[in-house]
Ligand binder design. Structure first.
Ligand code: GLC
Length: 436
């Protein structure tokens, strides 16, 4: 009899013990977050900036990983005086490209902070003669030029002894057995609190480095839930992305793909499933993220515009990277490309911003959609007859921007065939379709 009494209670306790861990991971995005996600997805195009004292060595942002002692490397900070840094010029050049946001490396794996942090003297104000708070200047310039600011923040730190070393950054002068995770974690949380308190609205924190302790190498609990809660509590509209190359974890608001369009995996980092979250692909204009002297083989503007259009065709944003020079100036090659993309976006941005992806793949290019309208982007057509798949009830087709130039098409059961006079050779010939 007594036992029977306890049975429902036992059942309840068992159920609770099963549900509680799930509840700890449950994440209900706030209305502010949902609005930020919408705004982010509408933007479609942002510029990534990798800049720090690593830029001085001209060997990319991973230089410290490849041999130097961390204490020798750190001495470069005393020579960092980027005479050409002008946040407003950056913001104007970026805005001119049609990009709507900037993601800046606040602290990369080398551990040098690009703002006046109270948590470590290893920062641009205290350790360099430059003495200016780059993030402050950038956040002001972004606000003045109608750009949203995102901050890249590395979970890895190759300089601090308290960071529990994973696969990378075993600098010869640091004893990797003397780590102190609680101390390091508290340090990161205090830094994030500064970034999200002192620099106005930050639309996203872009974490990177989880893979340093991936499942195969050395399983590690990053305790992300509480860190994500901290970010969301400090700025309720701040999105969280993590470049972990996995399907999104609870608490994340965007899904990041590195060097690959969603659904492609040529770089080997993007095998993960595509989630319903807003998507962002990041890629470089040349080869490396941080400034690298020998890395002058920039993709041409046509290639980059194609990449942007293809990204939009997959319903994703493009975060295109620039590695500024050690003097703080954007490389001329990057400026040229920003200008070219900007001229193109000026004319055709309507077919990119706020659009949905095509929902199909085609050899000739891709398509984007607005309510009642589809934009066929002919990027690499090899025929003057273009098959567009889908149940399309097309009323009329014409050259984008000129409804007086109709384009012939024939209706098929599983799509339409657009008939052109010749194979187009423009960067992107856009045909607009309207529906019945
Ligand atoms: C990688 C690299 C890093 C770069 C990032 C950008 O994770 O470690 O250097 O910042 O990709 O996507």
């Amino acid at each position: 009899m007594k036992n029977n009494h306890f049975r429902p209670l036992l059942l309840l306790l068992t159920l609770l013990s099963l549900i509680t861990p799930l509840m700890a991971h449950a994440y209900t995005p706030s209305p502010e977050i949902l609005e930020s996600r919408r705004e982010f997805a509408n933007d479609r195009f942002g510029i990534f900036i990798h800049w720090g004292i690593y830029s001085m060595f001209g060997q990319g942002e991973w230089y410290l990983n490849y041999g130097p002692r961390a204490d020798e490397y750190a001495k470069a900070a005393a020579g960092f005086y980027p005479i050409g840094f002008d946040a407003d010029q950056w913001a104007k050049a970026i805005r001119g490209s049609g990009a709507k946001y900037v993601c800046f490396t606040s602290r990369h794996h080398d551990g040098f902070s690009m703002w006046n942090t109270e948590q470590s003297d290893y920062n641009i104000v205290k350790a360099s003669p430059f003495g200016r708070d780059v993030i402050k200047e950038l956040s002001d310039a972004c606000a003045d030029n109608d750009l949203k600011l995102h901050l890249y923040y590395s979970h890895i730190d190759w300089t601090r002894p308290d960071y529990p070393r994973g696969r990378t950054g075993h600098t010869p002068d640091l004893d990797s057995t003397r780590y102190d995770w609680p101390a390091y974690r508290a340090f990161m949380d205090r830094q994030l609190t500064e970034l999200l308190t002192n620099y106005g609205p930050i639309r996203a924190i872009w974490f990177d480095g989880w893979w340093d302790h991936d499942e195969d190498a050395s399983p590690f609990d990053w305790q992300l839930d509480s860190q994500y809660e901290l970010v969301h509590s400090l700025q309720p509209a701040c999105l969280i992305g993590n470049n972990h190359h996995q399907s999104p974890f609870p608490g994340e608001d965007i899904q990041i793909f590195e060097r690959d369009l969603p659904g492609e995996n040529s770089a080997g980092l993007s095998g993960q499933d595509i989630s319903p979250l807003p998507l962002e692909t990041c890629n470089t204009m040349n080869g490396m993220w941080g400034y690298k002297l020998v890395d002058t083989n920039y993709k041409d503007s046509r290639t980059l515009i194609h990449y942007l259009v293809r990204t939009a065709g997959l319903g994703a944003n493009l975060l295109l990277n620039i590695g500024p020079r050690p003097d703080g100036r954007l490389p001329e090659q990057a400026l040229d490309r920003l200008r070219d993309i900007g001229q193109w976006m000026e004319k055709y941005g309507e077919t990119i911003y706020s659009t949905d992806g095509a929902g199909f793949k085609a050899d000739w290019g891709t398509a984007t959609r607005l309510p009642g309208r589809t934009f066929i982007h002919l990027l690499t057509p090899e025929s003057s007859d273009i098959f567009v798949p889908g149940e399309l009830n097309v009323k009329r087709a014409f050259r984008y921007g000129d409804p007086t130039r109709p384009v012939n098409f024939s209706q098929k059961e599983d799509g339409i065939i657009i008939h052109l006079d010749s194979i187009p050779d423009e960067i992107d010939s856009i045909i607009e379709l309207n529906y019945l």
